[in-house]
Design a protein around this ligand. Structure first.
Ligand code: DAV
Length: 378
């Protein structure tokens, strides 16, 4: 592959925020917290993601305290593991998620949590952008990160703190087709292939976890949580970047790209074998000599109880640098595969926290990775 590198910025001693890729050496990261996390009440975008036979259907409220304590124990240990490697780790400040949310356009009886900062914060170069989000219960989640973002803003004169326009999230944002509880998987797959997702094109919507950063290029999944207007908004907001929309027709519940398509290092991406990148989207990678490898099978047949995510959190790894990757400790097949691919694998226990919003990639957000804006697809 080509190794063209375009220096666009010069880090200084006061640089706190800067990250251009998913794999450059990690220096500073936010790790989420499980405190007070709630299963939110029914709402259109969230219901579309919960399978018909899920144990979460019909129930909502604060998660059991033992599960919160256990998840926090694992998140704290993960934070310590990262600190022991010299990485600066910050933690969010949870708000009271039992509080209802009411805006002029919608109301919901409780909120969600702040375990997965990756969904909310998109770091591109020296900017951290708060995503619009697409669930009503997550509308105020950015508040948990404001104390950190304010601090970075004071410490780093080049840090740009941005927020995408808050969406109105009226019923016009959601397709009523998805409101039925008995949609077959075959129907869902047909809809996914036709790019008929639960969110409409009423206004720009995106979750930060639908975006992957490849230096000058941003790869964004079009699915339940990010619509085409959201992708167009990102394109206009980052005029120096090339923004590529992708979708994965094999996924009946397409939210977030980070259990589907996982860059490991320049030239190597893992792809979920049930959600292969379609041929028309592969050209960019193939022309530039990137290898797209089917990820190993997950070690588990089912997600843990009360979990939104699929078993493919096995692929939701956190790359520490192009030779080192954190893999969930029970995901032995994924660990073996990455070891065979030449990576040093750091096992991290996190499965009992999956229910709070995802895996190792989800529960973190980049503040700094050492590197510059490089062009990997010249
Ligand atoms: O496979 O359920 C999970 C992504 C979480 N950020 C899945 C996608």
């Amino acid at each position: 592959m080509a190794d063209a590198a375009t220096e666009t910025t010069q880090a200084t001693e006061t640089t706190v925020v800067e990250s251009w890729t998913e794999w450059d050496p990690l220096a500073h990261v936010i790790v989420g917290r499980a405190d007070d996390c709630h299963i939110p009440p029914a709402e259109p975008a969230l219901d579309a993601k919960v399978p018909a036979d899920s144990d979460m259907r019909g129930q909502w409220g604060r998660r059991p305290q033992e599960s919160i304590d256990r998840a926090n124990e694992l998140l704290d240990r993960f934070a310590d593991q990262l600190r022991a490697r010299g990485i600066r780790v910050d933690r969010p400040t949870p708000i009271d998620f039992s509080e209802p949310v009411r805006t002029p356009d919608f109301e919901t009886a409780s909120q969600f949590g702040c375990m997965p900062p990756r969904d909310v914060l998109l770091t591109v170069g020296r900017e951290i952008l708060e995503a619009t989000m697409s669930y009503r219960c997550r509308w105020f989640e950015y508040l948990c990160y404001r104390p950190l973002l304010q601090r970075y803003w004071e410490e780093d004169p080049n840090f740009r703190h941005e927020a995408a326009p808050k969406p109105r999230l009226t019923d016009a944002d959601y397709r009523p087709d998805y409101l039925s509880e008995s949609i077959s998987i075959a129907q869902r797959l047909d809809w996914a292939a036709a790019k008929h997702f639960v969110t409409t094109e009423e206004e720009p919507l995106f979750d930060a976890a639908d975006v992957l950063r490849f230096g000058r290029d941003l790869v964004v999944q079009h699915g339940f949580t990010t619509n085409l207007k959201g992708i167009e908004w990102l394109r206009r907001h980052f005029p120096e970047h090339r923004v590529h929309a992708v979708n994965f027709p094999g996924d009946p519940y397409p939210i977030h790209i980070d259990a589907t398509f996982t860059p490991i290092r320049p030239g190597l991406i893992l792809n979920n074998p049930q959600r292969r990148l379609p041929a028309e989207c592969r050209g960019l990678f193939e022309r530039n000599g990137w290898e797209i490898v089917d990820a190993a099978q997950p070690a588990h047949n089912t997600p843990p109880p009360l979990c939104y995510s699929s078993v493919w959190l096995s692929m939701n790894v956190l790359v520490l640098d192009p030779k080192t990757v954190c893999v969930e400790a029970s995901e032995v097949y994924q660990a073996e595969q990455l070891d065979r691919l030449g990576m040093e694998v750091v096992p991290v226990e996190l499965r009992d926290a999956y229910a709070f919003g995802g895996g190792l990639h989800c529960c973190t957000a980049d503040v700094r990775r050492i590197g510059s804006c490089t062009d990997h697809f010249p």
